[in-house]
Design a protein around this ligand. Structure first.
Ligand SMILES: Cc1cc2nc3c(=O)[nH]c(=O)nc-3n(C[C@H](O)[C@H](O)[C@H](O)COP(=O)(O)OP(=O)(O)OC[C@H]3O[C@@H](n4cnc5c(N)ncnc54)[C@H](O)[C@@H]3O)c2cc1C
Length: 279
């Protein structure tokens, strides 16, 4: 287990907000913007959800106080989506409205498919009142094309990702190739419909495709990546004058996030097996 914690630390700033803030300052000093995320998901009671609201409000205050180039990412199951949809909406609104008053952007992460519909509903409800919010959409889901159309029609702001959760083939593209083709297709649509959006990927071919397309479209495009992944690619893009943003998570609930990162790359699984079986 202690090896796993050490291994996971490559993707996580630490356990405290101070850890996240010092990592954010470091990224900002290298010309990289940041999305801060307080780790945690699937809370089952209101007290826990309230604690998570307070933590997120603390992040916003810290971003304002230190004048950081940073936004916030939240997960709706961290704010009570498993308890009740309207409770979650009102909890998310507390964060998004505070962020609006401080001129800070809030991204809503997308979780696994049982939450997709509710997450989009809550986002669009918030977006009616607050324009400082965007939402992640996953190219592995077959429904995403109609979701992108719906969000774009409302003027919503999209972060396009491949999708970090294992989904059934009835509702999702399951091969890496098909997920990438769909990413490309959705990105093409967003280029036509949105003036500002983000692609969150470490896939250099997709990033190059987006940069090539943007020569014609000239949209405000953010390239987002995860802390600890492809650092050399990030600095290369910054040198070219592009907007690069690092997603920096922190907190004690590092396990589910780390498992998703481990699953994404065969080499990571191999490194862990090696450390356990010493081969
Ligand atoms: C800023 C950001 C926000 C995200 N938000 C969400 C979200 O809200 N919901 C959601 O479902 N998913 C989210 N994701 C995760 C995303 O869906 C993918 O699971 C993840 O980005 C890996 O896919 P990829 O696009 O990088 O492509 P891949 O095909 O997985 O990777 C491309 C290349 O990047 C490198 N790489 C990728 N991952 C790793 C790794 N862990 N360690 C080392 N190298 C790696 C490898 O060289 C690989 O060949 C987010 C990702 C980012 C960057």
């Amino acid at each position: 287990m202690s090896f796993l914690i050490k291994f996971a630390r490559q993707w996580i700033a630490g356990e405290t907000l101070d850890d996240a803030i010092s990592r954010t300052k470091k990224a900002n000093n290298s010309g990289i913007g940041v999305i801060i995320n307080f780790l945690g998901e699937h809370v089952r009671n209101k007290t826990e959800a309230d604690r998570n609201i307070e933590e997120n409000l603390g992040i916003l205050q810290a971003i304002e106080d230190s004048k950081l180039n940073a936004s916030l990412s939240i997960k709706l199951t961290q704010l009570g989506l498993d308890i009740e949809k309207n409770l979650c909406l009102s909890n998310a609104e507390k964060i998004v409205s505070s962020a609006a008053s401080k001129n800070i952007f809030v991204w809503i992460d997308m979780e696994n498919s049982p939450y997709t519909g509710d997450t989009i509903d809550i986002y669009l409800e918030l977006f009616k009142k607050y324009k400082n919010a965007g939402i992640a959409i996953q190219s592995n889901l077959k429904r995403s094309e109609s979701d992108v159309r719906r969000i774009a029609a409302s003027g919503g702001i999209i972060r396009l990702v491949k999708g970090a959760y294992k989904e059934k083939s009835e509702i999702a593209y399951t091969s890496r190739k098909d997920v990438t083709i769909n990413f490309s297709r959705l990105m093409g649509y967003i280029f036509y419909k949105s003036s500002f959006f983000a692609i969150a990927t470490h896939d250099e071919l997709l990033i190059n495709e987006a940069l090539e397309a943007n020569k014609a479209h000239k949209k405000r495009l953010e390239i987002q990546m995860l802390m600890g992944v492809r650092e050399e690619l990030k600095s290369g893009l910054v040198k070219k004058g592009l907007t690069v943003v690092d997603y920096i998570p922190y907190g004690k609930n590092w396990f589910p996030y780390s498992v998703r990162r481990i699953r994404e790359r065969k080499r990571n699984i191999l490194l862990i097996l090696r450390s356990i079986f010493d081969f």
